[in-house]
Design a binder for this molecule. Structure first.
Ligand SMILES: Cc1cc2nc3c(=O)[nH]c(=O)nc-3n(C[C@H](O)[C@H](O)[C@H](O)COP(=O)(O)OP(=O)(O)OC[C@H]3O[C@@H](n4cnc5c(N)ncnc54)[C@H](O)[C@@H]3O)c2cc1C
Length: 476
């Protein structure tokens, strides 16, 4: 029997265990996870910080699931070494675990800016917390009381989600960001400024083009321009680095991440890598959708369900999960209006928190930023997913009025329309699962996994369920 050992019980490792079992009840699966918890949905941590979800409700699966599915699960246990010639991994208990196929799903670790005093003796100083794990959330929650001055280091997606959650708890939040506008990976400067204005209206302050120079425990932060920011809590959300130390030590090829090919093989064909730690050409890492797509492909290959399966990349749509702010960004958003081979349209209404930018190439959506206009975001995302020509009335498209009102009905969506992005679940898959008997939201989630990622598609799935229920017996 084939022995598969998975290093890392995070979102990619837990999903892979699940995918392996769905395909093959007999393959031997061992999962080793350094965190002391059962696997949880990291994407939902911002909602835990915001106080709208409990840590328990983020759970993916646990020891009971592992026991029921015959998975050898080692929680709170670290892999220290890989011996590629003996084909074993060494655990921190000293035990050697043999493998036929090894999968690295070691994720990524927060990057801490090099400000004096943030790190003491190799660990974060008191009052400084990273934003990566459930334990980090518990520490943030313990310190984030109403009226507490809090500084968030980093104005990227996660920093903003943390800031919004903390402001919602009544903390006095300042975001320090080294670049001139927020979320510069996903937004152009104008969109970044509209976002900052919207968040400013929700009580969050910003120090852009600023870096932390010195941390004074119990007092606050000194910025590079000498400004002093009082802080009872500093949340570090300044980016992540792929966790590659184990792979590097084992002599595997490592660049920004562990280099893998379309078969998700590293430079040693018996060792694979998926999720945040993996570097696949053309794939944006640090997001869950690629990690889960990769887990499905690798499970196909390792169980023999589809030995020819290949991972070809994931087209990612970024959504901000922050109460009262609706933001989606996709594809190439940095093309300027003067680019000769693209049609670029912009609309902005900062006072109402609205901004839309659309990049079209050969009449198709190549990129977009849509802030404060959820209807436009939904239509543009569908056009992007389907790769079909955009309607000629571009202005209507930007304003979310490109399709007649009745086209918003689930009945008019094509079967290929992606409903749940985190899990890449289409309308067609939801309809098939419903026809096979999954007639409630939990049953549909179990059958297709729709809604089990960031949860942003729940309304759409409920809309489909209502439509399916109303159109019994035979929806299109
Ligand atoms: C607050 C927050 C919000 C996010 N929001 C979104 C979002 O909205 N959309 C999105 O797409 N993505 C989001 N992400 C990113 C997403 O969570 C990651 O892309 C995803 O978790 C990657 O899964 P992974 O399994 O590769 O890594 P992880 O989930 O980080 O899991 C890696 C696991 O491996 C363990 N490990 C590492 N080394 C070892 C070792 N040697 N031995 C044993 N175990 C080891 C680690 O302890 C960890 O538990 C968010 C992340 C955070 C922190």
């Amino acid at each position: 029997m084939r022995r598969v050992v998975v290093v890392g019980y995070g979102m990619a490792g837990a999903r892979l265990a699940d995918e392996l079992r769905r395909r093959d009840p007999d393959v031997s699966v061992t999962v080793v996870g350094a965190e002391p918890h059962a696997a949880y949905n990291r994407v939902l941590l911002s909602t835990v910080v915001a106080g709208t979800m409990t840590p328990e409700s983020t759970r993916l699966h646990d020891e009971r699931w592992a026991a029921e599915h015959g998975v050898d699960l080692r929680v709170g246990c670290e892999v220290l070494e890989i011996d590629r010639s003996a084909r074993t991994v060494e655990l921190d208990s000293g035990e050697l675990v043999p493998y036929d196929a090894l999968v690295l799903a070691t994720g990524s670790t927060p990057w801490v800016p090099p400000a004096e005093g943030l790190v003491e003796d190799g660990v974060l100083a008191p009052g400084v917390v990273a934003f990566r794990t459930l334990d980090d959330c518990a520490e943030i929650e313990a310190k984030a009381h109403r009226g507490a001055p809090v500084v968030v280091l980093g104005g990227g997606l996660l920093g903003i989600e943390a800031a919004r959650g903390l402001a919602g708890r009544g903390c006095l939040v300042t975001v320090v960001h080294p670049v001139g506008h927020l979320m510069e990976r996903q937004l152009d400067p104008d969109a970044g400024h509209v976002l900052a204005r919207t968040l400013g209206g929700l009580g969050i302050e910003f120090r852009l083009n600023s870096t932390a120079a010195k941390y004074l425990p119990g007092d606050g932060l000194v910025l590079d321009d000498g400004t002093h920011l009082p802080a009872e809590l500093v949340v570090v959300s300044a980016g992540v680095r792929a966790e590659t130390s184990l792979a590097r030590k084992a002599g595997l090829t490592v660049d920004r991440g562990i280099v893998v090919d379309d078969a998700l093989r590293t430079s040693d064909p018996r060792v694979h890598a998926i999720g945040d730690c993996a570097q696949h050409p053309g794939t944006v890492s640090g997001l869950v959708q690629p990690a889960w797509d990769q887990a499905a492909v690798l499970a196909d290959r390792l169980t023999g369900a589809n030995p020819a399966a290949r991972y070809r990349g994931t087209s990612v749509v970024t959504r901000l999960k922050a109460r009262d702010v609706d933001l989606a960004a996709l594809g190439d958003v940095h093309t300027g209006v003067d680019c000769p081979d693209s049609e670029v349209l912009c609309f902005q209404e900062p006072s109402r928190g609205r901004y839309a930018k659309l990049v079209l190439r050969d009449d198709r959506v190549a990129g977009a930023i849509v802030l404060g206009a959820p209807d436009a975001a939904a239509t543009i995302t569908q056009l992007y997913d389907r790769g079909i020509p955009a309607p000629t009335d571009r202005l209507a498209l930007l304003l979310g009025r490109a399709l007649p009102a009745e086209a918003a009905s689930p009945a008019d969506l094509p079967s290929s329309a992606v409903i749940c992005r985190c899990n890449t679940v289409s309308k067609g898959q939801i309809v098939s699962a419903w026809r096979a008997g999954a007639e409630s939201l939990p049953q549909l989630a179990e059958a297709t996994r729709a809604t089990t990622g960031c949860g942003g598609c729940k309304d759409a799935v409920c809309g489909l369920l209502d439509w399916l229920g109303a159109s019994q017996p035979a929806p299109a």
